[in-house]
Design a protein around this ligand. Structure first.
Ligand code: ADP
Ligand code: MG
Length: 248
């Protein structure tokens, strides 16, 4: 359903993404891991054209884009098919939870306000925050703010939701409620590409774990396989560090 071919992104002389090939099936849950600075965020941002890739091809559903030649209409179409959940929530601080969820539907999808607000209320129910419709982000906990961030992505009904370290900014007490919502989406077979260091989530939920290093996909496989039998020394070394950090 999603195909990435030969995706390249350079910053100056450095190829931060050095030819990424990736296929994602509908309903697949993929976790991306790897050392800091290896291009995980850049990959997600390029899929959404938050960064413009330098080369490669993207296919999302029936939309095919040759990235070097992508026009504005194609970029907007691609953005509608890929929703993004940010590490720092990226909510509008001057809008309520309901308005944050409805905003994209009004601005991007051009829905009438009443229809967008009705959808936002349904989403608030699903994320367990119906009672917080009129609350502003500043009055919400980090966990609640990120659930609104996820709710906004759900509202978009995109083909895939891209999560960039969705729990990394949270105080430890709020991590579980956010992971629980992501697990709920996974059970509903929402296609997801998740960058995270939460190895428990990867183990429980991911169909496939991808290990990236230095702008490339080094190896990938089902979590049980990748965690038990990492082949590349970089994967072994990374897993050793992360699993040690996650240990009680
Ligand atoms: P990760 O998410 O795996 O930690 P990133 O994708 O954020 O890695 O970054 C990969 C590399 O690209 C890093 O070396 C980073 O410094 C560099 N980089 C990311 N964004 C930019 C940018 N806008 N301008 C220049 N360099 C960038
Ligand atoms: Mg990152």
């Amino acid at each position: 359903m999603i195909e990435v071919n030969g995706l390249v992104k350079r910053f100056g002389d450095i190829a931060v993404l050095d030819g990424i090939d990736l296929e994602i099936r509908q309903g697949e849950i993929i976790v991306v891991i790897g050392p800091s600075g290896t291009g995980k965020s850049t990959l997600l941002r390029c899929l959404n054209f938050l960064e413009r890739p330098d080369a490669g091809r993207l296919k999302v559903g029936d939309l095919k884009v040759e990235v070097s030649r992508a026009r504005k209409a194609e970029i907007l179409a691609l953005r509608r098919r890929t929703a993004f959940v940010f590490q720092n929530y990226a909510l509008f601080t001057n809008k309520t939870a309901l308005q944050n969820i409805a905003e994209g539907l009004i601005v991007v999808n051009r829905w009438p306000k009443a229809k967008a607000h009705a959808r936002a209320r349904e989403i608030l129910e699903r994320i367990g925050m119906a009672d917080k419709a009129d609350a502003y982000p500043a009055s919400l906990s980090g966990g609640q703010q990120q659930r609104v961030g996820i709710g906004r992505a759900m509202a978009a009904q995109a083909e895939v939701i891209l999560f960039d370290e969705p729990t990394s900014s949270l105080d430890p007490e709020w991590v579980e409620e956010v992971l629980a919502l992501m697990k709920q989406l996974a059970r509903e077979r929402q296609t997801m590409l998740v960058v995270t260091h939460e190895m428990g989530f990867a183990r429980d939920v991911a169909d496939r774990v991808i290990f990236m290093a230095e702008g490339r996909i080094v190896e990938q496989g089902p979590p049980s396989e990748l965690f038990a039998h990492p082949r590349d020394p970089r994967t072994r070394s990374f897993l050793r560090k992360v699993l040690a950090a996650n240990a009680p």
